[in-house]
Design a protein around this ligand. Structure first.
Ligand code: HEM
Length: 490
């Protein structure tokens, strides 16, 4: 049997379910870490070009930006999914073959996306905004755009299978999704079989990201057909709504999956189980609804949008940060308080992850105020927000999970290379995000390959922080790979 200190679920399946997940999860985290470092180098290139320290053709800049954006979103999704699968296997019986199938479709998708970009020259950004893929102005052929879209469809199908399987396993164990979301506890005050936080969080992600992926798949297929049959068109505003709904939900889901590592691992350090309370259940049900409804804050500059949708985007953006901050950040502080926690690489990275996530949502809430958005949205303020919560939130949680997965007491102490690696990742990451935010506050436009000399200073300081954060990531990844090899041999 697998012991789980952080669960109020008394029936835990055999360790077979957990053990069978281990190789696939370890492989995913290793691949995720390697790709992350490579794409951080791509990000550094972009920053150096913007700062006038490196010269690249604009077309190549946008190819690298497309690879960086699509690849980072994919990496965050893969590492988040690996974390969710690993811990969910403690509570329900999962079919390991489905994870491998998801991974195979993911890697096929990555190969197609990379081919479309670096062989076909596709450079329309990961957001593939309709009808841009079909209107390259001669920069890429429709075939390259088609391969890019097919790659995203392959990745999407893989994730849909992942959610269908995790949803099936949860329903097999808890009877239905409302019980898995702890609704009897939330609305009735009691539940005989209260699901642990991992199951509640997973059930919410399955519902919202399942819907998001289906909407994304629909607009991807429409865009694909449109490439070869231009008469087969869709209203561009509807397409934009579908794309931003999908993109926003998908990238949010990455961190909502990764936070499961905090719920499962932190109790091992504090000795205090992370319980599903009524407030916890309420917060996750609120997250479920708000993640679906908040996306219009990406369309506040589209004056042709219905007024009610824009107001909804603004108001829900204020509220959406609350469950994050109240239920995870505030609870974490309460669990840590006087717990006598042992600080090592894992605990430091997981706590950093919650800090990065909570701090990173604040610029988004500011940007979601319509009058602010009018001047801020197409500036570097927005990359400032999402680099904060992805680099220091999702990826810090992923590195924390990787440290825990390959733990060995002596190798985990927060000293020597671990200490300097962690510090470099933290300081470098904060610097990268803050320099974007400063750029945004100076009204430096987003997605410009060529910057004015007046903007160089913050681009160059940002590049320096990028180098520091890459050094940190290399140290953390090197430790993981070395430990993974040692434990595989043992
Ligand atoms: C060393 C760290 C990093 C550096 C230096 C970096 C740099 C950059 C730069 C310069 C851009 C283009 C900004 C613009 O002008 O609009 C960008 C965009 C982006 N980055 Fe990063 N980045 C880093 C890490 C990350 C991480 C860890 C993630 C996610 C896990 C990420 C996700 C993205 C995304 C989604 C975009 C948007 C691409 C687009 O606009 O289509 N980046 N990054």
């Amino acid at each position: 049997m697998v012991a789980s200190v952080n669960s109020n679920d008394m029936s835990i399946p055999t360790s077979e379910s957990v053990n069978s997940a281990l190789p696939a999860v370890k492989l995913s985290m290793g691949l995720g870490g390697l790709v992350l470092v490579l794409l951080m180098l791509f990000g550094l290139c972009l920053r150096l070009v913007q700062g006038g320290l490196l010269s690249l053709e604009p077309a190549l800049f946008y190819e690298i930006m497309t690879a960086h954006g699509a690849g980072m979103v994919g990496t965050a999704a893969l590492t988040g999914a690996a974390i969710m699968w690993f811990f969910l296997a403690r509570h329900v019986e999962l079919t390991g073959a489905v994870y491998w199938l998801m991974l195979a479709l993911f890697l096929l998708g990555v190969a197609l996306v990379l081919g479309a970009i670096f062989v076909g020259g596709f450079a329309g950004a990961w957001t593939f905004l309709y009808p841009l893929p079909a209107h390259s102005g001669g920069v890429w052929e429709p075939g390259a755009a088609a391969i890019f879209l097919a790659g995203l469809i392959s990745i999407g199908v893989g994730f849909l299978l992942f959610y269908l399987e995790t949803g099936r396993a949860i329903i097999a164990r808890y009877g239905n999704l409302s019980r898995a979301l702890a609704w009897p506890l939330l609305f009735g005050g009691t539940q005989d079989d209260v699901p642990p936080p991992t199951v509640v969080a997973s059930a919410a992600v399955i519902v919202f990201n399942g819907i998001g992926i289906i909407v994304g798949a629909a607009v991807l297929v429409i865009s694909l057909i449109n490439l070869f049959a231009p008469g087969f068109a869709i209203d561009p505003l509807l397409a934009k709504n579908m794309i931003y709904f999908f993109g926003h939900v998908f990238i949010n889901a990455t961190i909502y999956m990764a936070v499961i590592a905090v719920y499962e691992i932190v109790p091992e350090y504090t000795g205090r189980p992370w319980k599903t309370s009524r407030i916890f259940a309420a917060a996750w049900s609120a997250i479920l609804l708000m993640v679906l409804a908040v996306y219009p804050h990406h369309l506040l500059q589209d004056t042709v949008m219905p007024g009610w949708a824009l107001v909804m985007g603004q108001v829900i953006s204020y509220l959406a940060g609350l469950p994050v901050i109240v239920v995870t950040a505030f609870s974490l502080l309460a669990y840590l308080n006087r717990s006598g926690i042992r600080w090592d690489l894992t605990s430091a990275l997981l706590v950093t992850g919650v800090f990065g996530w909570s701090a990173g949502v604040i610029p988004a809430i500011i940007d979601a105020v319509i009058v602010v958005n009018k001047v801020m949205h197409n500036t570097l303020w927005v990359p400032g927000h999402f680099h904060f919560y992805l680099l220091l939130g999702e990826m810090a949680m992923a590195f924390g999970f990787m440290a825990w997965l390959t733990r060995a007491r002596a190798a985990d102490e927060l000293s020597g290379a671990n200490y300097w690696g962690f510090l470099a990742y933290l300081i470098g990451g904060v610097g990268v995000a803050v320099m974007f935010l400063i750029g945004g506050a100076m009204s430096v436009p987003r997605r410009w390959a060529v910057h004015l000399p007046e903007w160089f200073i913050q681009d160059r300081v940002g590049s320096l922080f990028a180098v520091i954060s890459i050094i940190g990531a290399v140290v953390l990844l090197g430790r993981y790979l070395a430990r993974a090899v040692t434990t595989a041999r043992a």
